[in-house]
Design a protein around this ligand. Structure first.
Ligand code: G3H
Ligand code: 13P
Ligand code: ZN
Length: 332
């Protein structure tokens, strides 16, 4: 058993309390590689922001769970080395799909886990979430649950359709499951293609797709029913069009990729939404920088040469999210 406390990590409890009261959201950035980890830590330290570093099942399969845990431990030490004496870093399991996986992560240094039972029947979702909560709370690990189904297809996380969270269920669900935070479905979705062109309108000037707005009425109804309860938004990448354009310019093919407009995430951050998940924007920032670098420097083959601008570009994006969208800067 490795306790996250020995690694210098923290759980989400205090962080979320402060974020809900302060009207901002904590960034939850997925990481799979050392460069992502470094960029996340540099951005969090420079902006004095708490941060959630999250690991999906796909990340564990790619990078190995043990390595990722040591990377999170390294992230804490790296933050200190960069001049942050008390970093607030959470190591979170993203979309855990079984009690066993959640337990394994809790036993190996994670400070927070998600049990995603959103595709299960309601009672089964409650029962497994509750079992995870009972185990996690013994070790002061916090648990995120999910109610409602996000649309989108992204590796391990897939659902063809979206079912908005039913506000009338959230009170019963949060009470009976004992979860510490609740991911809801109000129109966000995973990946770089969050909406089909048919679901969007087109900006007549740019020709770019304009997505339908998030269901803020549902969010506000949920807030009324469980006041102050920490709410999480998955699938919240904005799919920056300049990165998409760079990728397409240098040989990529991402037609009509579209995300959640940042002003809507800014608005959500002021509510009980206190954790916002971003993965695809990091992938886009990395890929755009690498494609551009290699196209402009065809004779280079040292990975450090193209991973450096990729890391810089991700860091710039993380800082932008923290300062201009979520408002979690200057909170340490
Ligand atoms: O919510 C999903 C995250 O973007 C993780 O994606 O399963 O491809 O690692 P992944
Ligand atoms: P994006 O695909 O919008 O970045 O969502 C990531 C996510 O929700 C991770 O759980
Ligand atoms: Zn997600």
């Amino acid at each position: 058993m490795v306790s996250y406390k020995e690694l210098g990590l923290v759980n989400t409890r205090e962080m979320f309390k402060k974020a809900v009261a302060g009207g901002y959201a904590i960034p939850a950035f997925n990481f799979n590689t050392m460069e992502q980890m470094q960029a996340i830590v540099q951005a969090a330290v420079e902006t004095k922001s708490p941060v959630i570093m999250q690991v999906s099942k796909g990340a564990r399969a790619y990078a190995n769970g043990t390595i990722l845990r040591y990377m999170a431990q390294g992230a804490v030490e790296y933050a200190k080395e960069l001049g942050c004496p008390n970093p607030q870093i959470v190591l979170h399991l993203d979309h855990g799909d079984s009690f066993e996986l959640c337990k394994e992560c809790i036993d190996n240094g994670f400070s927070s886990v998600m049990f995603d039972g959103s595709a299960l029947p309601y009672e089964e979702n409650i029962a497994i979430t509750k079992k995870v909560v009972e185990y996690a709370h013994k070790y002061d690990v916090t648990v995120e649950a999910e109610l409602g189904v996000l649309a989108g297809v992204e590796d391990e996380v897939s659902s063809a359709v979206s079912h908005y969270t039913r506000p009338e269920e959230v009170e019963d669900f949060s009470k009976r499951s004992g979860c510490d935070s609740l991911a809801i479905s109000i129109g966000t979705s995973h990946g770089a293609y969050k909406f089909t062109p048919e679901q969007c309108t087109r900006d007549p000037k740019t020709g770019k797709l304009v997505p339908p707005p998030l269901a803020f009425n549902i969010l506000h109804e949920i807030e009324k029913r469980i006041p102050g309860f920490p709410i999480v938004l998955h699938g919240s990448s904005s799919v920056p069009q300049d990165e998409v354009d760079t990728i397409n310019k240098y040989g990529g093919k991402l037609p009509d990729a579209v995300g959640i407009p940042e002003e809507q995430l800014r608005e959500a951050s002021k509510s009980a939404v206190c954790k916002i998940n971003i993965d695809s924007d990091s992938r886009l920032a990395m890929t755009a920088a690498i494609r551009k670098y290699l196209a402009e420097n065809p004779s280079h083959f040292d990975p450090r040469q193209y991973l450096k601008p990729a890391r810089e570009n991700m860091k710039k994006m993380y800082i932008h999210k923290i300062v201009d969208v979520l408002g979690s800067n200057d909170k340490l």
